[in-house]
Design a protein. Structure first.
Length: 329
């Protein structure tokens, strides 16, 4: 007997709806090529820059996600997040479910589970060509990790990166939040790591967002990020840079469509670099990134959802969401 379809709850019952986002789409009419999904709010880190630090909200139901996959009108690239998405007990089943419905899959992880080679082998055994994104805010430097991730985790991060590469995960992304006057040198460190591990294909550098937990540091703008990265990474003389999204060019009709939030280019034959100005108001209209509103069959623009949901958490759970003072960790 065919299982009855889920009934979509009223949007007003959910935090995002209470906050009244400007643009909300039905899953059945999703316009976004990239969909962010919070599989779980649980996390084994306590980062000083977390925009989503409340851990008590329930995990996503796999049955619900299957229905989302069934109802989407076209192929999307899912990006599984959290919390720490690998802590969801059905993490691998979410990956295979998305693939079975012809969707692409990437995920963003702090690397704790990936530091276990058996977990990475299980991921590889799904035979799904995922993009595994590893957060490496401190590169190889525990001083930077203490400031951003609130712990000495360099060894764990490097073990996770090695496992992903050695077990044959063919597309690895490494990413870092750039905090002004703290970890600018991580730009070069991630490039060096990409040189050491052949399966690293993408590097993401992004600014901090003044949402959730943050130390009162002025974020880099997109223009500043580009100047910083250009100063740290020489242009490849043998390969013409191919720009995918030029968030610095406001010319009508360019591929960024004017939200001016990201700048993506191919650095050489192997590495693609993405710069993201995190949570600036202009990105609320970003055509590229959508966010599944948990428990509903509705989708918002990712950046607006992030800011509004983080604000909701700060109001409803203030003990989890206090801004941290520099030097308090």
């Amino acid at each position: 007997m065919e299982k009855a379809a889920h009934k979509a709850p009223e949007l007003k019952e959910y935090p995002s709806g209470k906050l009244g986002s400007k643009i909300v789409h039905s899953v059945d009419r999703n316009p976004f090529p990239l969909l962010y999904v919070d599989l779980t709010h649980r996390c084994n880190y306590n980062c000083n820059y977390c925009y989503n630090p409340v851990r008590s909200l329930p995990d996503m139901s796999l049955d619900y996600f299957k229905e989302v996959c069934r109802r989407l009108p076209g192929r999307v690239a899912f990006r599984f997040m959290g919390g720490e998405p690998t802590l969801h007990p059905q993490f691998l089943e979410f990956i295979t479910t998305a693939s079975e419905h012809n969707h692409m899959v990437s995920f963003v992880s702090n690397g704790t589970m990936l530091a276990d080679s058996s977990f990475v082998r299980a991921l590889k055994s799904t035979a799904v060509p995922v993009i595994a994104t590893l957060s490496m805010n401190g590169g190889t430097n525990n001083e930077w990790y203490r400031y951003i991730d609130n712990d000495d985790v360099a060894e764990e991060k490097l073990a996770a990166l090695k496992n992903l590469n050695d077990e044959g995960i063919g597309r690895i992304a490494i990413t870092a939040i750039i905090v002004r006057d703290v970890n600018e040198e991580v730009v070069e460190e991630l490039m060096a790591l990409a040189g050491r591990y052949k399966n690293v294909r993408y590097i993401h550098y992004r600014s901090i967002g003044k949402v959730g937990r943050f130390i009162d540091s002025e974020p880099y703008t997109l223009q500043e990020l580009k100047l910083l990265v250009d100063s740290k990474i020489p242009h490849d003389e043998n390969y013409k840079r191919k720009v995918k999204f030029d968030g610095l060019d406001a010319t009508p009709g360019n591929r960024c469509f004017g939200c001016m939030g990201c700048y993506e280019y191919r650095h050489d034959h192997k590495i693609e670099i993405c710069l993201i100005d995190f949570a600036k108001p202009d990105t609320f209209s970003c055509w590229k990134r959508g966010k599944l509103i948990e428990g509903t069959f509705q989708i918002e623009t990712f950046f607006e959802n992030m800011v509004r949901f983080s604000s909701y958490l700060g109001t409803e759970y203030p003990e989890h969401n206090l801004a941290l003072e520099t030097g308090s960790f």
